[in-house]
Write a protein that binds this ligand. Structure first.
Ligand code: G16
Length: 558
């Protein structure tokens, strides 16, 4: 780094002093906190993405969002060259940047890292960034701070893509780095045409009726806003949009995927008139989706069809297509198409049992797309989902080229129109319909809808794939959530000592009981999950574990 570069950083960094007495750490998917505390952190992430772009000689993405959190929070996520989350290897650097107390120390952290990583400032590559933000009121000024951070790296360029869903930005980064054009319109056009293609590949003989209207809860956020603009492109899928954000509702307040999945009650904007209808709820930045139906006119109850059920539907469909290929002597048999499933400890026990009974390989990772994505990439086809509705399908490049070769062969022979050819085309269509950069509410909805159409299933029939074990998720405010350290994909606590034994003793009291606790990486809380044979038991188990956590780490008021 030359003198000019160093003085530029010093000068601009002094305009973004970190807030006193607050430590903001890199969490499950980036930095997240009350928006008023984030100017300095976001400025510094601007520097980080510029350096990441110089290091990888690729386009990098920066997204201002706090996704499911309350509207007064905000945050920043980074998209790596693949379109996935920032490599975990750079997280300590992100933390060190955020923690530097003043401009000179910040410069020192940067200089040390640039030397260690051997980052070159020669003119052969200018840092190149794509920027986006969700609809939060604090987004614009935080994005300004990010731009200042980027501009403090000489010759860095950025394109401000405006208000976007998080997965759109990840998709754009992936597409740009593969040499493709990548506007927001391209993103929606690709999904719309792949959806149409998959619908058209439904086998003849199955009843072809119109798809029933899907009711979508837009969380009063960017998902609702974009669906209003682009939803008509999905011409085969009629949509009744609620909570688009236009009617004055507040982002994530009593609405959205996180609310619906955690509370298991009807979101605002839905009523007894919606009983039995197919509904989907996206989260604040539209990277998650859960389905549900209202169970009775007179209560707030819903039947939740969560990320585990979406995963199971996807797994069943993909397996069916692979079976068709395997039985037709295509050369793509079970051994050449390793299909893997990735879940977290939050996966309902009944879902894992169901997937294993299908003969599938199931792996658990800690919470956070960054872990699930990495694991899923080890398979020819890796399907990952968190119960909260965050997930996607990854196809390895090798497997995709096998499919493409098979498709070419089939087009040259008389097997055209055969089941084998249809299965090949369906898998190729799925690979284009699914967002392989990151979990994406829109692309997941379109794939769910295409599969339900293919199977001719209602949401109720889909829900019957297996019966969820009753569960409850709660959160506890604690003095310091980082006092909790877990192991074994977050299923056991190793610190503070003694806590795990107490949880274990509580679990032993319940039939089919299971419970674990972990510090959230997006909110200042410890999360508690419990499941058991009945809802009363799951609730009671969750409540006792909350009390144990509160006694050990909280304020002892519960
Ligand atoms: C983020 C992550 C998800 C994670 C969720 C909750 O989602 O991308 O993988 O499940 O946070 O994390 P935690 O339990 O650590 O708070 P989002 O949609 O909020 O960006």
């Amino acid at each position: 780094m030359n003198g000019e570069q160093q003085s530029m950083i010093l000068k601009s960094a002094s305009l973004f002093p970190p807030p006193q007495g607050v430590k903001i750490a890199y969490g499950t998917s980036g930095f997240r906190a009350d928006a008023s505390l984030l100017q300095s952190t976001v400025y510094r992430v601007g520097i980080l993405v510029a350096l990441r772009s110089l290091k990888t000689k690729s386009t990098i993405g920066l997204m201002i969002t706090a996704s499911h959190n309350q509207v007064s929070d905000n945050g920043v996520k980074v998209a790596d060259p693949s379109g996935g989350m920032l490599t975990q290897e750079w997280e300590p650097f992100a933390d060190a940047l955020a923690a530097a107390p003043d401009a000179p120390e910040l410069l020192q952290v940067i200089k040390d890292f640039v030397d260690k990583e051997n980052i070159s400032f020669d003119k052969s590559w200018c840092a190149n960034l794509l920027l986006g933000r969700d609809t939060r009121p604090s987004g614009e000024s935080l994005l300004e701070a990010a731009k200042q951070g980027i501009s403090s790296i000489l010759d860095a360029r950025y394109e401000d893509m405006g208000v976007l869903t998080t997965p759109t930005l990840h998709w754009m980064v992936r597409a740009r780095n593969r040499g493709m054009v990548a506007s927001e319109n391209d993103y929606f056009q690709q999904f719309a045409s792949s959806f149409r293609c998959l619908i058209d590949l439904t086998p003849k003989g199955r009843e072809h009726k119109e798809i029933d209207k899907l009711i979508v809860d837009g969380a009063n956020g960017v998902g609702g806003e974009k669906l209003e603009t682009y939803g008509a492109l999905f011409d085969a899928l009629p949509i009744d949009l609620r909570n688009s954000g236009k009617g004055g509702g507040v982002l994530n307040e009593g609405v959205g995927a996180d609310y619906v999945q955690k509370e298991k009650i009807v979101p605002s904007g839905f009523s007894g008139e919606d009983v039995g209808k197919r509904c989907a709820s996206v989260d604040g930045d539209a990277d998650r989706v859960v389905y549900f139906f209202v169970t009775s006119e007179s209560s707030n109850n819903i039947t939740l069809v969560d990320g585990d059920k979406i995963l199971s539907l996807f797994a069943l469909f993909i397996k069916e297509q692979l079976n068709i290929l395997g039985s037709s002597g295509t050369g793509i048999n079970k051994n050449q198409a390793r299909l893997g499933i990735v879940q977290t400890a939050y996966a309902n026990g009944a879902s894992t049992k169901y997937l294993k009974e299908l003969g599938l390989e199931v792996v658990l990772t800690p919470t956070g797309v960054k872990y699930l994505h990495e694991k899923a990439a080890e398979f020819d086809i890796g399907i990952y989902f968190e119960a909260n509705g965050h997930g996607t399908i990854l196809f390895s490049d090798t497997f995709l080229s096998k499919l493409e070769n098979l498709n070419d062969e089939v087009h040259q022979t008389s097997t055209k129109g055969s089941e084998q050819q249809m299965a090949t085309s369906r898998l190729l269509a799925v690979s284009k319909l699914i967002n392989q950069a990151v979990g994406d509410a829109f692309s997941d909805v379109l794939l769910v809808e295409a599969i339900l159409y293919y199977e001719q299933w209602s949401i109720q029939k889909w829900n019957e794939l297996y019966q969820d074990l009753p569960s409850r998720q709660l959160k506890v405010k604690v003095v310091d959530r980082n006092a909790v350290l877990t192991t074994n994909a977050e299923t056991e606590v190793v610190r503070p000592p003694g806590l795990q034994e107490l949880i274990k003793a509580e679990v032993a009291k319940y039939n089919q009981g299971r419970s674990f606790v972990r510090p959230s990486g997006t909110e200042d809380v410890v999360r508690v999950y419990a499941e058991a044979a009945t809802q009363e038991d799951a609730d009671a188990l969750a409540k006792s574990v909350v009390e144990i956590v509160d006694k050990h780490l909280g304020f002892g008021k519960l």
